[in-house]
Design a protein around this ligand. Structure first.
Ligand code: FAD
Length: 429
C-alpha cells in the first residue's frame, strides 16, 4: 500500500493553498540537498519541454535525466503536412544533442520499464535504475490494438495507423501515392478521447490535396467515424466542398452502424451499412489511452488516462510525480503538442519551485490547433485555460469562421508554420 504517497485531490489542493505544496504529503523536502534529481520519461512535446525548462530555469541546480528510446524524434505534429506533400520527413525529425548539451541534461536512450513509486526509482530496460526526487511523465498515448474487430498490431503494415510518427507515417504516404485514380480510401476514425482532435480530418484534407495534385480526382475518401460530430466539423466540411467536391464522404455512427469487422488481407471494411471491398488504402486510427509506463504504475483511472492537479500538473495519485501531455486528463485542453508544451512549463515551474525553493507563479495554459485544408487555406481553434478545482477550464476560446477571407486563412497558415518552428526550438533547444 502506498499510503504515504497517495494524495487525494482535496489534500493536494489544501496543501497547495496552504503554501506547503505537496511536499509534506509526498516525498521528503529536498530544498538544500545537493543537486536534487529529476527524471523525465518521454522525449516528445511534453517531456522534452519539461526537461529543458527544469534544467534551464534551475541553472544547473537540479540534476535532470531524460529517458527516451529514440535518438531522433519524428513529430506527429505536422505529419499530416508530410502526407500532403507540404513538408519532408527531415522537417519533422529532431535530435537531442542540443537539448542535452545546451541545458546540461543527461540523456538515457532507453525505455522506462517500471516505476517503483515507494522507492522513487525508475527502472530501465537495460537494467539501470534511476532514483528521483520528482518524476515527470510524458509518454504520450498507446494504441488500443483490440478496439477495431479484425485489426491488431500484426496488421499495422497492411492497414497503417500513422498515429505515432516515424516509419508508419512514411508507410502511409507510400500507400497513398500508390492509390490509383478512382481508388477508394477508407479511414476508420478514433473514438474520444484521443490525440489531436482535428488530426483525422486534417489528414483527410491532406490525402485529398495530394491526390488532387497527382490528378487522381476520381478517388473517394470515406471516413467511418464512431463520433456524432468532430472538431471544426463545419469548417472542414466547407473546405472539402470548396477544394475537393465529391471526393470526401463522412459517415457518423447513425449511418454506418459501427465497424463490424475489417479484413486486412483483402483491405475490406465491413460496417452495418456497407462493405468496402478491396479498398485502395485503409487507415485505421484505433482507440487510445495513456502510455503503458503511466498505466502500469497505477497512475491512470478507469478512463485509461491519468488524473492531475489542474494547478500544477501533479499526479492526483502520487505527489512526487507530474504527468503532462497526451497521457494526462487535462480538462478542457485537447491532446496536442501545443497543450503538452504549455502543461510541461507549468510542471517544470512547480518542480523547480519545490526542489530549489525558488519563486513560482499561478498556472496559465494555452493552445491553438491549426489545420491545413489546401494551399494557404488554414483553419484554427484554440484558447486560454485556467486551473479550477475540478479541472483545467477553457476561458477564452476562439475558432475560425466559415466566412473568413482568403487573407485570414493565409495568415493562419503563416502562424501555423511559425508555431512549428518556435515549438521545435522550445522543445529541442
Ligand atoms: C496526425 C497527427 C497530427 C498532429 N498534429 C498536431 C498539430 O498540428 N499541433 C499539435 O499541437 N499537435 C498535433 N498532434 C498531437 C501531438 O503530436 C501530441 O499531442 C503530442 O506529441 C503529445 O506530446 P506527448 O509528450 O504527450 O507525447 P509524444 O510527443 O508522443 O512523446 C512521447 C514520447 O515518450 C516516449 N516514451 C513512451 N513510453 C516511454 C517509456 N516507457 N520510456 C521512455 N520513453 C517513452 C516515446 O518514445 C515518445 O518519444 C498531432 C498528432 C497526430 C497523430
Amino acid at each position: 500500500m502506498r499510503q504515504s504517497h497517495r494524495l487525494s485531490r482535496r489534500a493536494a489542493l489544501a496543501g497547495l493553498a496552504a503554501g506547503t505544496g505537496a511536499l509534506a504529503l509526498g516525498g521528503p523536502a529536498v530544498v538544500g540537498q545537493a543537486r536534487p534529481r529529476v527524471v523525465v520519461v518521454g522525449g516528445g512535446a511534453g517531456g522534452g519541454t519539461a526537461a529543458r525548462y527544469i534544467a534551464k530555469d534551475s541553472a544547473g541546480a537540479i540534476d535532470v535525466t531524460l529517458v527516451e528510446p529514440n535518438r531522433r524524434f519524428v513529430t506527429c505534429f505536422h505529419s499530416n503536412l508530410y502526407l500532403g506533400g507540404y513538408k519532408t520527413i527531415e522537417d519533422l525529425s529532431h535530435g537531442y544533442e542540443t537539448l542535452a548539451t545546451a541545458n546540461g541534461i543527461t540523456m538515457a536512450h532507453d525505455s522506462a520499464s517500471a516505476i517503483d513509486r515507494d522507492a522513487r526509482v525508475v527502472r530501465l530496460l537495460s537494467g539501470q535504475r534511476l532514483s528521483y526526487d520528482r518524476l515527470v511523465l510524458s509518454p504520450g498515448i498507446d494504441l488500443r490494438y483490440d478496439s477495431v474487430p479484425g485489426w491488431g498490431q500484426d496488421h499495422e503494415q497492411r492497414m497503417p495507423h500513422a498515429w505515432q510518427a516515424g516509419p508508419q507515417t512514411e508507410l502511409l504516404r507510400a500507400q497513398l501515392d500508390a492509390v490509383p485514380d478512382g481508388g477508394v480510401i477508407v479511414m476508420i476514425a478514433p473514438p474520444n478521447p484521443y490525440r489531436c482532435p482535428p488530426g483525422p480530418y486534417e489528414r483527410v484534407s491532406m490525402f485529398a490535396a495530394r491526390l488532387t495534385k497527382a490528378r487522381k480526382t476520381r478517388c473517394k475518401i470515406v471516413i467511418i467515424d464512431p463520433k456524432e460530430s468532430f472538431s471544426k466539423q463545419a469548417l472542414f466540411e466547407q473546405g472539402w466542398e470548396r477544394h475537393y467536391r465529391g471526393m470526401v464522404e463522412w459517415l457518423g455512427p447513425k449511418i454506418h452502424d459501427g465497424v463490424k469487422r475489417v479484413d486486412p488481407a483483402t483491405l475490406t471494411v465491413e460496417t452495418g451499412f456497407e462493405t468496402y471491398k478491396e479498398a485502395a488504402l485503409v487507415n485505421v486510427i484505433p482507440a487510445q489511452w495513456a502510455g503503458a509506463i503511466a498505466r502500469n504504475a497505477g497512475l491512470a483511472n478507469a478512463s485509461g488516462y491519468c488524473p492531475i492537479d489542474p494547478a500544477s500538473m501533479r499526479s492526483a495519485i502520487d505527489a512526487n510525480i507530474f504527468i503532462v501531455g497526451d497521457a494526462c486528463i487535462a480538462g478542457d485542453m485537447p491532446r496536442s503538442a501545443f497543450s503538452a508544451n504549455s502543461q510541461a512549463k507549468v510542471a517544470a515551474m512547480a518542480v523547480r519551485g519545490e526542489l530549489t525553493g525558488s519563486r513560482t507563479f499561478p498556472a496559465r495554459y494555452s493552445n491553438t490547433c491549426w489545420s491545413l485544408l489546401w494551399d494557404d487555406d488554414t483553419i484554427k481553434v484554440g484558447g486560454q485555460f485556467e486551473p479550477r478545482p475540478d479541472k483545467i477550464t477553457s476561458t477564452a476560446p476562439f475558432i475560425s469562421q466559415p466566412g473568413d477571407s482568403a487573407e485570414t486563412r493565409r495568415q493562419n497558415q503563416a502562424e501555423n508554420m511559425g508555431w512549428y518552428a518556435g515549438l521545435a526550438a522550445d522543445i529541442f533547444g
